[in-house]
Design a binder for this molecule. Structure first.
Ligand SMILES: *Cc1c(COP(=O)(O)O)cnc(C)c1O
Length: 398
């Protein structure tokens, strides 16, 4: 048995997990047991700079005091309360969400993950349009539940689960002619990321998103933007669609919305209407614990001006990376603190070398090194990450 008060050896943790893991996760030989700000600790007391934010979640860093305090307070007040009752924390969250979103996006459905937010968005689109077709994009990622998976492009993720939800059409990303051909009088919604994350960090052009917005309006289809990875300041604005000056009909949110506590949310234009009683639901959706965490998280993001910080630091980081002699690099793409370094070599050994230099980063596909650092990160910490990347690439290409 694990004594959680001891500095448990890595092998014990690995052995226990390996005995019971589902097997679906490619795991690194590292047990993370503590996090503070941008730093995480492994079971042996080693520290790492976390450029993963725990898969894009820890926008405020790890164990943010305002979030930890809100969770702790709420845990002693009321943890669970279904949406058949009203609740003060949920009401505060609705108010907080409406203050960071455009005025039009004023109807919300709360759930517990990104994939659930996509499922909710699909239901909203089908119910509010009375249509069934969905247009999604090649290289897009929208989650692993069967509905969301049907929109996800990756063969590895999708192929074992055929047949998928019918009437999903995948089109070339960033190509408006393809969208025009695909959107018909049966299209309920077009679902798109502003920056494709898992697919390799590919930003959409602003004029593509503007044209897509117009096409959807003309043809009566809803524009659903998946902001699960890009939302809450990641790309340098509260929401990435703001870069294109458009307002979508529906957005899906998740990842960092509640400071690391599991939560997802759907927002849509109130003028489209509300849903019929019983049309959707979730036991844990909008629970007071997650709502309190989200209110605290958004408050801290606002107080620390994180969207602007992400814009400034992201621009600086992109410039710094481009100014370096980085061997094996094909292209560097990004928006705010969401950056992809497209390599001529496989990314896995580079990630391992980076870890040896005390930095944790993510892949996006087989050849893209993805950086999703907490938005509270300092320029000094980013510089350490850049230096580790340079060393790791030199080693991996030697
Ligand atoms: C992570 C992610 C999802 C899925 O979120 P889960 O919480 O893992 O279900 C969906 N879309 C995008 C763009 C994501 O980055």
């Amino acid at each position: 048995m694990i004594d959680t008060h001891e500095n448990t050896a890595l092998q014990d943790i690995v052995a226990l997990e390996e005995a019971h893991t589902s097997g679906v996760y490619p795991k690194r030989p590292l047990a993370i047991i503590r996090g503070q700000g941008c730093t995480v600790w492994d079971a042996d007391g080693q520290t790492y700079l976390d450029a993963t934010s725990g898969q894009g979640v820890a926008l405020l860093g790890h164990s943010h005091p305002a979030v930890a305090e809100a969770i702790s307070q709420q845990a002693q007040t009321l943890i669970t309360c279904p949406e058949i009752f009203y609740n003060d924390q949920r009401a505060a969250l609705y108010e907080q969400l409406s203050s960071v979103l455009p005025d039009e996006l004023d109807r919300y459905f709360l759930c517990n993950s990104g994939a659930e937010a996509i499922e909710g968005a699909l239901k909203v689109a089908r119910l509010l349009t009375n249509r069934t077709g969905i247009v999604a994009t090649m290289r897009g990622f929208h989650g692993r539940t069967l509905g969301a998976l049907s929109l996800t492009w990756s063969k590895t993720y999708r192929e074992p689960f055929a047949p998928w939800q019918p009437e999903v059409n995948h089109i070339v990303f960033n190509n408006i002619e393809a969208a025009s051909d695909a959107i018909t009088e049966n299209t309920a919604a077009v679902v798109v990321e502003v920056v494709q994350g898992e697919g390799g960090v590919y930003p959409a052009d602003a004029d593509y998103l503007q044209a897509l917005r117009q096409l959807c309006t003309e043809r009566g289809a809803l524009l659903i933007i998946d902001e699960i990875q890009t939302g809450f300041g990641r790309t340098g604005r509260w929401f990435a669609f703001e870069h294109a000056g458009i307002v979508p009909d529906v957005i899906a949110m998740g990842k960092g919305i509640a400071g690391g506590v599991p939560m997802g949310a759907v927002a849509w234009r109130g003028e489209l209407g509300t849903l019929a009683k019983g049309a959707h639901g979730s036991t844990f959706g909008g629970n007071p614990l997650a709502s309190a965490a989200a209110v605290a998280a958004m408050g801290a993001m606002r107080d620390q001006n994180l969207p602007q910080r992400s814009a400034e630091l992201g621009a600086w980081l992109l410039e710094e990376l481009n100014s370096r002699d980085l061997p094996g690099v094909r292209e560097i793409r990004g928006l705010g603190l969401m950056i992809g370094i497209d390599l001529r070599i496989r990314v896995t050994p580079v990630l391992q070398a980076l870890q040896d230099h005390g930095v944790l980063a993510l892949p996006a596909g087989k050849t893209v090194l993805r950086l999703l650092p907490p938005l509270i990160i300092t320029q000094d910490e980013l510089l350490r990450i850049v230096e580790a990347i340079q060393l790791a690439l030199q080693e991996a290409t030697a």
